[in-house]
Design a protein around this ligand. Structure first.
Ligand code: 1GP
Length: 245
């Protein structure tokens, strides 16, 4: 089954959680152990990415190690065209639609497209929208940050992603953000679009997950918490349990 089909089929039954791992912050073995712990408590997919300093070799080694321990789909969450690994199952073929730089809207994608074709991984077209404060990805991606109080802007960008034919919309507050994307913004975007909505950045507690899911997010992404906590299973278990009504 293709990864996008797996996402669509899973969303018919339940909300989803994806675990983001940054190969720059952990050894391949540590990353694989985090992925294994996350899989034991029900995460639905492993995303691999980071905003800075990643090499293809680090990504390849990390994905190989993860694949040796877990059966979940591994999806590349790319910072650019240089990180497209043949060992992954899929790639978020994404455009940072509210970037001021064409580099992140389309040029990296133009560089990556022939590589995607050559290595044969599944591209999943996704509109990526960076909301204040944006953190590293906002800065590196030269985002014209979506203001937290300008909900209509987020709705307009999300609709643009859908009308371009993108299969997913991702509302991103930035990794390590002090607060996740506001629930009112999530609610308004979800009401406007028909494609699944991913929300990530700054999600640390089950209470936040509940608010985000109640507002209409279909998929939540957490990264930082698995890097910081000792007991990934226990912490992530509570986060994932909060997805269910
Ligand atoms: C970043 O949305 C993801 O791209 C995850 O953010 O690291 O804050 O969980 P955190």
């Amino acid at each position: 089954m293709k990864v996008m089909e797996y996402i669509e089929e899973t969303l018919k039954k339940e909300k989803m959680h994806m675990t983001l791992i940054d190969p720059e912050k952990k050894t391949p073995r540590e990353s694989a152990e985090i992925a294994l712990a996350a899989s034991r408590v029900g995460t639905h997919a492993i995303m691999i990415g980071g905003s800075t300093g990643l090499t293809l070799e680090m990504i390849n080694e990390t994905i190989k190690e993860i694949k040796s321990l877990v059966k979940l789909p591994v999806i590349i969450f790319p910072s650019g065209a240089g990180v497209l690994s043949p060992y992954a199952d899929a790639l978020f073929f994404m455009s940072l639609l509210n970037s001021n730089s064409l580099e992140y809207v389309v040029r990296q994608q133009v560089r990556g497209a022939p590589i995607v074709r050559k290595i044969g991984i599944e591209p999943i077209p996704m509109g990526y929208l960076v909301v204040e404060p944006g953190m590293t990805v906002g800065r590196v991606g030269q985002a014209d940050l979506l203001r937290r109080d300008r909900i209509e802007d987020a709705v307009a960008y999300a609709l643009t992603a859908q009308y371009f034919g993108m299969h997913l919309v991702y509302l991103e507050a930035g990794s390590g953000a002090p607060e996740p994307v506001p629930p009112d913004m999530i609610r308004a975007v979800k009401e406007a679009i028909d494609v699944p909505l991913i929300v990530g950045g700054g999600i640390r507690t089950p209470q936040q997950v509940k608010k985000i899911v109640d507002a209409g997010a279909d998929i939540i992404v957490t990264g930082t918490i698995v890097e910081e906590v000792e007991d990934v299973e226990s912490h992530l278990g509570k986060i994932i349990a909060a997805l269910s009504p």
